[in-house]
Write a new protein. Structure first.
Lengths: 106, 121
């Protein structure tokens, strides 16, 4: 079965750039999606189709996807961005999530 | 306002059954695929089942194949999850999620608040 791998944790200082990676076999041939989840809340879509932002998502969130790796980049990270982030893709009509990355802003 | 509201969660014994519902509002329900995604306590997200907007095609994760069934009633704008032969490892918050397209694929652009299922004796 298809697998997506994320680092368990990433730390960033306020105002700096955070990058969260997601690795999977030929992931660049698929669309990658990214979700943010804060404690006690439902997930929120922050990036779709590799690099598109839904309405209401700040411009500091961006994405890329090439080869075997998709990357979520948060520029000028704010304290409110502290959350768990999950990448997701589709493989033969089956949804697959990465294990999640806890972003700490300190 | 686009909204998804899950219900039906609770405590069930191993081997038991439970049916979850997800009431949708604010969009043309039949035009979008829907999925169930679960999250075990303290763990990550796991996609478990999906169904296309017309209801004609379904997809399952191996972990629930043969035990769980997804269905929808487009006349009632409601998504269902029938869970049979429940196991302790099925304990999780179950979210329904609206896809951005009518068939498998696309983004999960709207999520419900989730309903907790606990499998324990």
């Amino acid at each position: 079965s298809y697998e997506l791998t994320q680092p368990p944790s990433v730390s960033v200082s306020p105002g700096q750039t955070a990058s969260i990676t997601c690795s999977g076999d030929k992931l660049g041939d698929k669309y990658a999606y990214w979700y943010q989840q804060k404690p006690g809340q439902s997930p929120l879509l922050v990036i779709y189709q590799d690099n598109k932002r839904p309405s209401g998502i700040p411009e500091r969130f961006s994405g890329s996807n090439s080869g075997n790796t998709a990357t979520l980049t948060i520029s000028g990270t704010q304290a409110m961005d502290e959350a768990d982030y999950y990448c997701q893709a589709w493989d033969s009509s089956t949804g697959v999530f990465g294990g999640g990355t806890k972003l700490t802003v300190l | 306002e686009v909204q998804l509201l899950e219900s039906g969660g609770g405590l069930v014994q191993p081997g038991g059954s439970l049916r979850l519902s997800c009431a949708a509002s604010g969009f043309t329900f039949s035009s979008y695929a829907m999925s169930w995604v679960r999250q075990a306590p303290g763990k990550g997200l796991e996609w478990v089942l999906g169904i296309r907007g017309s209801g004609g095609s379904t997809n399952y994760a191996d972990s629930v194949k043969g035990r769980f069934t997804i269905s929808r009633d487009n006349s009632r704008n409601t998504l269902y999850l029938q869970m049979n032969s429940l196991r302790a490892e099925d304990t999780a918050v179950y979210y329904c999620a609206k896809s951005s397209i009518a068939v498998a694929g696309g983004s999960f652009e709207i999520w419900g608040q989730g309903t907790m299922v606990t499998v324990s004796s």
